[in-house]
Ligand binder design. Structure first.
Ligand code: ADE
Length: 224
């Protein structure tokens, strides 16, 4: 899978992809992440990518030309399944959306800034708008990193134990059950006996019941 991220602050996206699982996924060739600096696509001699809003008001608006140039340049090289715009007023990001996006071959993610992008970009170039939650970030970069992370870890071969993504919270509309590791007794705080029993079927049932109980108490909205 290939992810092309368009941003006016490329350095913000240096670190999320340069460590641990996301870095290894790229090294193994399971995913290719390309960060594009929007200023390089500016038609202006000062490399401007934003301007005042028509009609007045505070805040700058990202101009259509550099964005159109960048998206068209990418689209001339390959076909994209989706051109995503990160925005607080987009569709709320969920695990099922991550599952769906993870099946695509090529996606573009555009990061917004300032007062956002010229509306004509959203109308004519964007196929999907995604929000990572009901709060406003200073730009779409961190949101793009969140979405990319959720997608990349689902690519086959990225997680060492392939089943582990399937047992994540939300994959069955349930949150994950509690987990424990050594020591079995820390200052009298004990690990549930069942987990030490070696009885696989009983452990699996216990985990499922714990996940259901946790979902009921913490996230009842997930239960159908
Ligand atoms: N840009 C700013 N805030 C955002 C959010 N909550 N989700 C996605 N993109 C954003």
């Amino acid at each position: 899978m290939r992810i092309d991220i368009i941003t006016c602050l490329p350095r913000l996206l240096d670190s999320p992809f340069s460590d641990s699982i996301l870095r290894r996924a790229q090294q193994k060739g399971l995913v290719e992440v390309n960060i594009h600096d929007l200023r390089k696509y500016s038609t202006d001699k000062h490399q401007r990518i934003d301007d005042y809003a028509f009609g007045g008001g505070a805040g700058m608006v990202m101009m259509i030309e550099p964005i159109a140039n960048c998206i068209r340049d990418l689209q001339s090289q390959r076909t994209y399944d989706e051109v995503i715009y990160m925005s607080p007023d987009g569709e709320q990001f969920t695990q099922s959306m991550a599952n769906q996006l993870s099946l695509y071959k090529n996606i573009i993610i555009l990061c917004g800034h300032y007062k956002g992008v010229d509306e004509r970009v959203r109308q004519h170039f964007i196929t999907r708008e995604i929000s990572i939650g009901d709060y406003v970030l200073s730009g779409g970069e961190l949101a793009a990193a969140v979405v990319s992370d959720a997608i990349i870890r689902l690519q086959p071969g990225v997680l060492s134990d392939e089943t582990s993504a399937l047992t994540d919270s939300f994959q069955d509309d349930l949150v994950a059950p509690p987990v424990y590791t050594r020591p079995a007794d820390f200052e009298g705080m004990k690990v549930p006996d069942i987990l030490l029993s070696g009885h696989e079927k009983k452990i699996e049932d216990w985990r499922f019941n714990q996940a259901v109980e946790r979902t009921k108490s913490r996230r009842p909205n997930l239960l159908k």
